[in-house]
Design a protein around this ligand. Sequence first.
Ligand code: CTP
Length: 396
Amino acid sequence: MNGRRIVLGVSGGIAAYKAAALASRLVQRGAEVEVILTEDAQRFVGAATFAALVRRPVHTSLWERVEEIPHIRLAREAEVLAIVPATANTIAQLAAGLAHDLLGNVALATRAPLMIAPAMNTVMLEHAATQANLATLRARGVTIVEPGVGFLAEREHGPGRLADEEQLIEAIESLLRRAQDLAGERVLITAGPTREAIDPVRFLSNAATGTQGIELAREALARGAEVDLVLGPTPLEPPPGARTIRVTSAREMEAAVRERAADATVTIATAAVADWRPAVAHARKVKKTESQPAIALEPNPDILAELGTRKNGTFLIGFAAETEALEANAREKLVRKNCDAIVVNDVSGERAFGAVDNALVLLWGAHGRRDLGSGSKRELAARLWDAILDLKRQRA
Ligand code: CTP
């Protein structure tokens, strides 16, 4: 953490006293720590405690040294903004984008990754409002260090206790490590299913949701890349900051990819493209009273294979959705589609499309293999980017 600049926001909960110990640990590891205390935090721990620990003035108001525009300076200098503890009120403020105090302003004005460590009474934590606010922040790519279960200030045992110091340090370290290591990369990602029309209300499709591709896009943005996301039909929201083109059919996806492929430095094809489409898409809804229709199919373009024929320097990564002979089938696709690497995605059983967790293996060359393990699609997105970067650097 030597010389890395961490802005530590402390909001007004009893766990604020633990933030003082955290600040001290960060300083011992060489970090430069700027502390922002909300007004309520100061009721629990005084600014002098933090100032002595971090050896610099502590920030408590938007209106101190106004001529320095402190919220913009802190926002620009931060490499990570960590809010420990984050109270229900602060979480609501962040989710709503409110800027009525210094911490709210810095959180809005920074491009640094945000980490929050909620700590509060169990009922407040479990309240639908708090849970909805946390979901909003999670969807925006905020790292949430989940509170643990333990003895709370109100002398009850339950969830809501601030995560352990080790977990907080690990989360900050991980954000620092990956901060901006994709800066300068232009990433193109295809995601989601495609829909192939039978008539205006019916289609052929598959159960893909686009989650893994969306998480890869979110992670790439957080690490400083520019991201083009070509997204098939899904109710999921693409990450803000990505240039998203929404498409429906494989042919629309192909056209959008062609438009964006030229200047991509990394292309990842996670989309579950329908291999076939009805040869005829009826202009009007087919009526039940008509004779039983036969649907003749014709093949869709293979978007990834097409990208493989004119790579133009882009690092090309395919996904192989398999239910059997996983790695053998994936290696065959790696060669056939001329990819630099392929991700084996087991879509059998409980890992079927739409599942929350995933398990991935990255393959390249004749024998290259890296098991990325299992976990949430968000965790796997981070691990996959680490692996892609390592491989790309080896090849360079
Ligand atoms: N892909 C594509 N265009 C298609 C089909 C697949 O771009 N028409 C891409 C997917 O996005 C994925 C990779 O090719 O990155 C492999 O997709 P997959 O469905 O596993 O393989 P297919 O080529 O469709 O082969 P099969 O259905 O026989 O497994």
